[in-house]
Design a protein around this ligand. Structure first.
Ligand code: IYR
Length: 227
């Protein structure tokens, strides 16, 4: 049983965690890094089914992320219905076509060339699941009064990071897809006005033959300054 008490009238539980040796800590941090370093954004998916329980677990993991005032300002919509996936693909491709053909700068298109992206998004129908992460900008309090959430962008970004890590940990792959603008998702999924689409994430297994760009990650010295 967890020890509990009131502090300033609010309930607290005792936080107890075994202290690891330096060696254990080094080994765990190294192996977690090595595992995460094998994560790649994938655009070629298999249509192989994934147990729904895995999807439930990865979303529960995402929802362990910290959030402003613990408001947990996120909704995860999971789409497995082929007809809805098709509608999402068609709507996303329509926006992406306009982006690639006229909205994105030449510099931007050049930067994307090594990634081989274009307006076509067949993976939105092939992947067994699409997870659409929504940020909840406010909640409806008593009598429908709007109550703003705090640091929504940061909170939902953190939860999405946890989600991607959980997907990877479960042996699945994903893509952080950002069709722009994304308001077609609000309409298609009939989301309320307090929710705004944040990311569209196909989830599944990689295609039997799957290629990803040969990218390097920045070295530690390039990304860290110790003081
Ligand atoms: N949203 C478009 C374009 C795109 C933009 C960036 I920045 C990327 O890293 C990848 C793609 C698309 O999804 O194709």
């Amino acid at each position: 049983m967890l020890e509990t008490k009131l502090i300033d009238g609010y309930p607290y539980v005792k936080y107890e965690k075994p202290v690891l040796s330096d060696a254990e800590s080094i080994a765990l941090s190294q192996s977690f890094y090595e595992k995460m370093d094998t994560r790649r954004s994938v655009r070629e998916f298999s249509d192989q089914v994934v147990p729904r329980e895995v999807i439930a677990n990865i979303i529960k993991t995402a929802s362990t992320a910290p959030s402003g005032a613990h408001k947990q300002p996120w909704t995860f919509c999971v789409i497995e219905n082929p007809e809805i996936k098709k509608q999402i693909r068609i709507a996303a491709e329509e926006e992406e076509y306009a982006s690639y053909e006229s909205r994105m700068s030449d510099e931007w298109l050049d930067d994307l060339k090594p990634l081989g992206t274009d307006w076509k998004k067949p993976f939105l129908e092939i992947a067994p699941y699409l997870i659409v992460v929504f940020r909840r900008i406010y909640e409806f309090g008593p009598e429908g009064k709007k109550k703003n959430n705090y640091y929504v962008q940061e909170s939902v970004g953190l939860a999405s990071g946890f989600l991607l890590a959980a997907i990877h940990n479960a042996g699945l792959v994903s893509l952080t897809h950002t069709p722009s603008p994304m308001n077609f998702l609000t309409k298609l999924l009939e989301r309320p006005e307090n929710e705004k689409p944040f990311l569209l994430i196909p989830v599944g297994y990689p295609a039997e033959e799957c290629w990803v760009p040969d990218l390097d990650r920045k070295k530690l010295a390039e990304i860290v300054k110790f003081y």
